[in-house]
Design a protein around this ligand. Sequence first.
Ligand SMILES: [Zn+2]
Length: 177
Amino acid sequence: MGDHFQTIADIDATAEEAEALGARVVAWLVAEGIVRAERTYEMLGRPVYSPGPRWDDVTEWPVRGGCDGLAVITSRTVFWGSLGSDGSPVCPHCSTPGTTAPWPEAVDAWHRTGASELRCPACDRRVPLAEWTWEEDRFAFAHLGFEIWNAARLRPEFVAEFGRVLGHRIRTLAGKL
Ligand SMILES: [Zn+2]
């Protein structure tokens, strides 16, 4: 079966503010009864927040046990969705798929430094890598992300609420190990 995950990444959070913003989201989730305040378990070596009494309200259908936990990642991370491993970058300005843009180099540079740009071959703009979208939600480049393990599909309203609590743009990914 394997483990599957849904990721919500904040593409605007800086490295400096990631910790505080992550704590803000956890405080909101705990106050709403969606997760518990204690982190008792781990997924892949990361402590996770267990589902709270109202967890089932945020998913499309109930699952026994709710989920295996929510992890908060507050470091520079190339988040990936394993369902879209062939997806190409799509320019956020002209929406032309950027298959000829030299994106592997840009991804390497972002991984090393936390910032890089990719030039769109169609409209010739240089666009920060994190702002590109990806076919099949292949990647998100962020300093803050939330991974939810082995849960039913999250309701879109719940995902949108993350963006409101953060005050930032978010990207969502899903995948399976
Ligand atoms: Zn473009």
